[in-house]
Write a protein that binds this ligand. Structure first.
Ligand code: CTP
Length: 518
């Protein structure tokens, strides 16, 4: 049986994983059953990017708001009717926590009647089989996958399948969602689903879409990996104009969004996790009037997305200004400024900067200057015992990098000269070994550091193999001592350390007769 908890832990980002822990702790403390559901499970199993975490609790999550805030999450939106809260989790992770519910559709175009339910009933009200799974996060059943519609099989078959014949009639936003998922995953609609989809399109079910669903679907575009492709598919199917009557792909800044997604990938490859959502929305609506943009923003439930989208240009201008000022007068200062800026701002400015100097600085930050890191002489630093275990190491490595960036250390020799004074004194040699037969052999005049090889060639394999061990550690030490001596003028007291060490080395010799008597 598949270990879904293991897969989850493997696939989630560290921030998302911490987010699961946070939500789990809050739900447990409140005595509520918690499940990871919907798209998160689909993406964990299928291997696609996990955009956000969908949780379902049995009970109302609205009463957990304060607990979530206390645990460090930010509530970014609340949907009273479905009892859903949207969370910005510490780091860069988003989550939705919904109440397990049934939805009864009494009249087309009217919001459904929402009733609390069990997780099993909740899964039945969902859109597609691949989205109708739940992973238990509860003590006792943690890791159990609920998959009543064989979603895993449809993931394997790469098919989008509705749960029942009335799916599109009940919730016409599923037409848009079906197109969005088909475009994103490049999975076709299953045959019967396609037939229902065509009939729904023909029957203009979409006219009954709820306003809240429109906002939800617009917001979802922000987190697509290939938003341009999705928008084109939505346009082809006639759904883009449902999201906004003036929306066509002509409103999109195609070059801008292409450059954005390319730079985003470049940053992801470097280990950053910029939230491209606000910038994606900016480019998808670039050629709209301010009034239309503002109307679209009003529909989106996630306040954090809207706020970041509204502020994006101003924040980018601020960063550009700083990049042109004294604060970024040298490569090292520019590096520090960009390292402390939010990755999403670096991303946005990288593709929108109007000043060539700003553009160049960000380009250097993301490419050329990274190669300078390779000039840090790590092997020599290790020989000098300047290793990550040293408290000073992070600062030292950073300082060297900054000096290299600014061209103040121009060669390896110069870099080592700078580093040597920071080399710690060598550790005292280990206590001399107890004198046994093997040690005696090693102590014989011929058993100098070079001895192991000839001895190993001799007959008594087992015992001789043990003999070279004691002198061996002395080898790297003396090498290090030599190196450290070079650094001695400024470094601390290798002498003091050496003295007791040599004393202790003499001690076992004095004990020799005692051992012999035994
Ligand atoms: N859902 C649904 N019908 C809708 C909207 C949502 O059944 N109209 C259910 C699905 O189970 C979906 C889950 O709620 O998986 C979460 O909704 P949402 O975040 O919109 O969908 P995701 O599948 O997570 O999509 P994405 O990957 O774009 O976040």
């Amino acid at each position: 049986m598949a270990d879904y908890i293991y897969t989850m832990e493997l696939r989630l980002t560290p921030d998302q994983l911490k987010g699961v822990g946070l939500v789990q702790d809050v739900a447990r403390a409140a005595g509520m059953n918690l499940y990871l559901t919907g798209g998160a499970i689909r993406d964990i199993i299928s291997g696609f990017t996990i955009r956000d975490l969908d949780f379902t609790v049995q009970g109302s999550p609205l009463k957990l708001q304060k607990d979530f805030e206390k645990a460090g999450a930010k509530i970014t939106a609340v949907e009273e009717d479905t009892r859903t809260i949207f969370l910005a989790l510490p780091g860069n992770a988003r989550a939705e926590v919904s109440m397990a519910r049934t939805e009864k559709y009494e009249k087309t175009g009217k919001p459904p009647l929402v009733m609390p339910s069990t997780i099993h009933e909740d899964l039945r009200r969902r859109d597609f089989t691949v989205n109708a799974m739940a992973l238990s996060l509860n003590e006792g059943s943690r890791g159990l996958l609920l998959d009543p519609f064989n979603g895993v099989a449809d993931i394997e078959a790469k098919l989008i399948r509705i749960l029942h014949n009335y799916a599109f009639l009940e919730d016409p936003s599923r037409l848009i969602r079906a197109t969005r998922f088909a475009a994103r995953f490049h999975w076709p609609l299953e045959e019967r689903t396609q037939a229902r989809y065509d009939a729904a399109k023909e029957g203009k079910y979409i006219d009954h879409i709820l306003k809240s669903s429109i906002g939800h679907e617009i917001g979802a575009l922000a987190h697509e990996d290939d938003p341009l492709h999705v928008v084109k598919m939505l346009e082809k199917e006639g759904w883009l104009e449902i999201l906004h009557d003036k929306w066509t792909s002509a409103k999109v800044d195609t070059n801008g969004i292409t450059a954005l997604m390319k730079t985003r990938q470049q940053m992801v490859d470097l280990g950053y996790t910029p939230d491209a959502g606000p910038a994606v929305m900016y480019f998808l609506t670039s050629h709209f009037s301010d009034k239309d943009v503002s109307d679209i923003q009003k529909l989106i439930p996630r306040e954090d997305l809207v706020e970041a989208w509204r502020d994006i240009e101003d924040h980018a201008k601020e960063l550009a200004k700083r990049l042109m000022g004294k604060e970024a007068a040298t490569p090292s200062r520019t590096w520090q400024l960009l390292s402390s800026a939010r990755p999403e701002m670096v991303l946005f400015l990288a593709v929108t900067a109007k000043q060539q100097s700003v553009e160049q600085k960000i380009k250097n930050y993301l490419t050329k200057w990274r190669q300078v890191q390779q000039k840090i002489p790590l092997p020599e630093m290790t020989e000098l015992l300047i290793t990550p275990q040293l408290p000073i190491y992070p600062k030292l490595a950073h300082d060297v990098f900054m000096l290299l960036l600014d061209g103040k250390l121009r060669s390896r020799t110069e870099t080592l000269k700078f580093l040597k004074p920071f080399a710690p004194p060598p550790p005292p040699p280990p206590p001399a070994p107890r004198r046994g037969r093997a040690a005696k052999l090693a102590a014989q005049p011929t058993a100098k550091p070079g001895a192991p090889q000839p001895a190993a060639k001799g007959g008594k394999k087992g015992k001789v193999a043990a003999a070279p061990a004691p002198p061996a550690p002395a080898k790297p030490e003396s090498k290090v001592q030599e190196k450290a001596k070079a650094a001695k003028p400024k470094a601390a007291p290798p002498k003091a350390a050496a003295k007791p060490a040599s004393k202790s080395a003499k001690k076992p010799a004095a004990k020799k007769p005692k051992q012999k008597r035994k």
